[in-house]
Design a protein around this ligand. Structure first.
Ligand code: FAD
Ligand code: NAI
Length: 462
């Protein structure tokens, strides 16, 4: 079979979801993947392995800190790093094999190898050239390089190396207090590393609600992470087993050096489209190197589409998936749509941090009148029982109409709770709609309802 309705290049959450939806819509579909397993960054070296390590290390933290108070006594578990890595790998394997199963079920051909587009309507994989009426580029992203910092994936590592270190380091320096730095920094801190996070800005997780940023940093400090803020990393020097991180404090230009066993560079990712052959096709790039697409994810070259991390927007698996489904529908002649105003973001630390929609800053900048409803998890019975009272839910609504514009949650299961607000926003609901919905007791979701009540006449338990 050398002719397809659709060939997708890349099998990450964008590519594999696009391929499945195309096949479900009756299009003859193939997906090209150069890795040995399907699932892209997310399943192989991103979302899934990091969450496995976050889960395991959180269990250790619970055992060390909360078990005794609940009357669970005895020796705390110790870390068997080899076994933890095996657990992580089995989680990856189950998920990547799951995609292989879904490809077979949906009769999608996996074209193994690195794909390029020699001309519109053709995809080359190795020596084979296939005809494709439509091509979807879903080639994802890679870690951005930092000048003066040479990554060897052993001592100076990106997230990929950090997920498979030979041992738990004694001292880890994390460059960048963004999502990767704080998730993986948390993992190693819980496993016993001394973790110092060096951040260029004066706040962690830029772009997030400032109250959440402050609360989050305070909680992470309490857990043992150290922060050096307003610090520009100049360079790293490394030997086979140690590294030095040179940085300058922005406020006074003073120069400092940190010693580390491992340095994690987590200063952002950039779109990846090397070797696809975009230049000759006339595909345009944005200033940031992303593939430019129109409202239907079509590039400047007709019949060639792009989705996921390789185009503009948040680099998130679920954003890539939504685009994957939508572009398949567009290609099949339907009405694919993504609501970019309602894409949640979650940081899977403990507690979790989640957000959707507008922040107070974006509303102020747009000159919009808004109200805030806030509720602390200290007023939530379930959270108190589970040592999870630190944190809050904050809902932002339009001052006139009470329509929900955004939400920011730091606290237990924030990554799940946020979806209640997402659904409400999709339906154009008001805070009162949420507040009038009966919520089971005792659940963490009651805190969301209470924040919605706080947008009106007031929360009950505060
Ligand atoms: P990718 O997942 O990057 O997949 C692209 C695929 O294309 C790759 O497998 C690559 O091998 C393949 N490819 C590239 N070029 C070619 C070619 N020429 N031929 C054939 N194949 C090719 N997001 C979340 O939403 N939640 C999380 O918890 C989360 N955690 C993360 C943790 C880490 C450590 C990292 C690094 C990222 C995390 N992300 C998370 C981000 C998420 O992984 C990405 O947003 C997502 O994977 C993007 O999907 P994609 O399909 O666009 O690209
Ligand atoms: P990021 O953009 O989240 O954070 C990078 C941080 O590094 C920022 O705080 C930035 O100010 C800082 N920084 C930049 N240059 C610096 C320098 N020279 N010195 C010190 N600090 C510097 O990027 P990150 O953490 O690498 O993650 C990349 C992407 O992966 C994110 O955009 C995110 O979308 C995705 N991701 C998502 C996850 C999730 O959804 N839970 C988990 C992990 C990654």
């Amino acid at each position: 079979m050398s002719s397809y309705d659709v060939i997708v290049i890349g099998s990450g959450p964008g590519g594999y979801v696009a391929a499945i939806r195309c096949a479900q819509l009756g299009l003859k579909t193939a997906c090209v993947e150069g890795r040995e397993t399907l699932g892209g960054t997310c399943l192989n070296v991103g979302c899934i392995p990091s969450k496995a390590l976050l889960h395991a290390s959180h269990m250790l933290h619970e055992a060390e800190h909360n078990f005794a108070e609940m009357g669970l006594k005895g020796k705390s578990p110790s870390v068997d790093w080899k076994q933890m890595q095996a657990y992580k790998q089995s989680t990856i394997d189950t998920n990547t094999k799951g995609i292989e199963f879904l490809f077979k079920k949906n009769k999608i051909d996996w074209l193994k190898g690195w794909g390029s587009i020699p001309e519109a309507g053709k995809v080359k994989v190795g020596d084979d050239v296939y005809d494709a009426k439509n091509i979807i580029i879903a080639t994802g992203s890679e870690p951005a390089a930092l000048p003066g910092v040479e990554v060897d994936e052993k001592v100076v590592v990106t997230s990929t190396g950090a997920l498979e270190l030979g041992k738990v380091p004694k001292k880890m320096v994390v460059i960048g207090a963004g999502v990767i730095g704080l998730e993986l920094g948390s993992v190693y801190s819980r496993l016993g590393s001394e973790v110092t996070v060096v951040e260029f800005l004066d706040v962690i997780t830029p772009g997030m609600d400032p109250e959440v940023q402050k609360t989050f940093q305070r909680m992470l400090k309490k857990q043992g992470l150290e922060f050096i803020m307003g610090a520009a990393v100049q360079k790293t020097e490394s030997t086979k087993s140690k590294a030095k991180v040179h940085y300058k404090l922005r406020k006074d230009d003073s120069e400092h050096v940190l010693d580390a066993d491992v340095v994690l560079v987590a200063t952002g990712r950039k779109p990846f489209h090397d070797g696809v052959g975009l230049e000759a096709l006339g595909v345009q790039l944005t200033k940031r190197g992303q593939i430019a697409v129109d409202a239907h994810w079509q590039t400047a070259a007709k019949g060639i589409y792009a989705i996921g991390d390789v185009i503009e927007g948040p680099m998130l698996a679920h954003k890539a998936e939504d685009e994957g489904m939508a572009v398949a529908e567009v290609i099949a002649g339907k009405h694919g749509h993504v609501n970019y105003g309602v894409i949640p973001g979650v940081i899977y630390t403990h507690p979790e941090v989640a957000n959707v929609g507008e922040t107070e800053e974006t509303l102020k900048a747009a000159g919009r009148a808004y109200k805030v409803g806030k509720f602390s998890f200290m007023g939530n019975a379930r959270a108190k029982a589970n040592f999870a009272g630190d944190g809050f839910v904050k809902i932002l609504v339009d001052k006139e109409t009470d329509r929900i514009l955004g939400a920011h949650i730091i606290g237990p299961s924030a990554g799940d709770l946020i979806h209640e607000v997402c659904v409400a926003m999709e339906f154009g609901a008001s805070a009162q709609d949420l507040a009038m919905t009966c919520h089971a007791h005792p659940t963490y979701s009651e805190a969301v309802r209470e924040a919605a009540l706080a947008c009106g006449d007031g929360a009950i338990h505060m």
